[in-house]
Ligand binder design. Structure first.
Ligand code: PBG
Length: 350
């Protein structure tokens, strides 16, 4: 049937009708609110590039969690700022690590709020990489071809490629980290490091330590993205040399993202995450169609910062764009969304 019989505008005429036929209803029930926990007491240190986001000491984190729970948000994900960093990420797996201590405090003070552990080592490594750094296995191997850029930039690339982020030795540390987080009371384990085989290693270690019931939310398709910039300020986790392109995915690769997700499922992932969110809606949608598990998406720090910055300039309507971006992510297929907007959206929807 075509015009004039067919008139799509019939269903857009009134607010009640529009609400009635809405296909995607944004609710905070699938939200996860990220928190950055630091040492000290009464600390609430603003992050310059992320308005409204703070480094919080444990007491302040607990306060924040009370508010999060009261707004109907079911979960927080914790990132830790350790007092000391080293070459084996001790702060990530120590039983008295910052995240472990925060988890115990939250679980005691705010029962019913789920605490999710981001399992990664970059915040705890002196060099800021997500794994153990070793001299490259084949330093005589192929190097970056000099095409563009200054000689200094090329030299820097060359120096970075003299090292590798060693996959297999990192797995043990990740597994240890997951077990120590579970022991502290984490409800869900979320590995974000992008080492091969880490979901399997973590599943095996959790099961062997009596945590067979703790689900894994895998950052399965995590892209090497420029959108993580503000996070690295918030979590003090920028790599000191090189970048993350030897372990995080190439933004150009869709089919490889499907493969990453398939592998993580085969290794025992219970839920799959795509990250970032808005620039990767195609990946989210395909994941939703292909895999019969809950799909999560991380609206990352840069996505958040862009909206905040444009709004501050008066160039966009902040709340409207915030809701539209999250609705799009959910419409693409993500029923779980990690977002720095979680509290603001929950307040609007309440
Ligand atoms: C840790 C990690 C990162 C983010 C979440 N976990 C940063 C990175 O990979 O450099 C980014 C989240 C954000 O930008 O909001 N590896």
């Amino acid at each position: 049937m075509t015009f004039p019989v067919s008139r799509p505008r019939r269903l857009r005429r009134t607010e009640v009708l529009r609400n009635f036929v809405r296909e995607t209803r944004l609710t905070p029930e699938g939200f996860i609110y990220p928190l950055f926990v630091c040492a000290g007491e009464g600390v609430r240190k603003p992050i310059g590039s992320m308005p409204g986001v703070f480094n919080l000491s444990i007491d302040e984190t607990v306060k924040e969690c009370r508010e999060v729970k009261s707004l109907g948000i079911p979960a927080v994900i914790l990132f830790g700022l350790p007092e000391k960093k080293d070459e084996v990420a001790t702060g990530a797996w120590a039983d008295d690590g910052i995240v472990q201590k925060a988890t115990r405090a939250i679980k005691a003070a705010v029962p019913g709020l789920m605490v999710i552990g981001d399992v990664c080592l970059c915040e705890y490594m002196s060099h800021g990489h997500c794994g153990i750094v070793l001299p490259a296995a084949n330093p005589g191997g192929p190097k970056t071809v000099v095409t563009t850029g200054s000689a200094a930039a090329e030299a820097e690339k060359f120096a970075a490629e003299a090292f590798e982020i060693a996959n297999d030795p990192t797995l043990d540390i990740l597994a240890k980290t997951a077990v120590s987080q579970a022991r502290a009371g984490m409800d869900i384990i979320a590995p974000s490091d992008m080492m091969d085989g880490r979901v399997g290693a973590i599943r095996t270690a959790l099961d062997a330590n009596g945590f067979a019931n703790i689900p894994i939310l895998s950052y399965a398709a995590k892209f090497a993205s420029g959108f993580y910039g503000p996070f690295r300020e918030a979590a003090d986790s920028a790599p000191q040399f090189g970048d993350r392109r030897s372990y995080q995915m190439d933004p150009a690769n869709f089919r490889e993202a499907m493969k990453e997700m398939e592998l993580d499922l085969a290794e025992g992932a219970d839920m799959l995450m795509v990250k970032p969110a808005l620039p990767y809606l195609d990946v989210i949608h395909a994941a939703y169609e292909r895999f019969e598990v809950p799909i999560a998406a991380y609206q990352v720090s840069g996505e958040f910062a862009m909206i905040e910055a444009a709004a501050k300039n008066g160039w966009i309507d902040r709340d409207r764009v915030m809701l539209e971006s999250l609705t799009s992510i959910q419409r693409a297929g993500a029923s779980i969304i990690l977002t720095y907007f979680a509290k603001d959206v929950a307040k609007i929807l309440a």
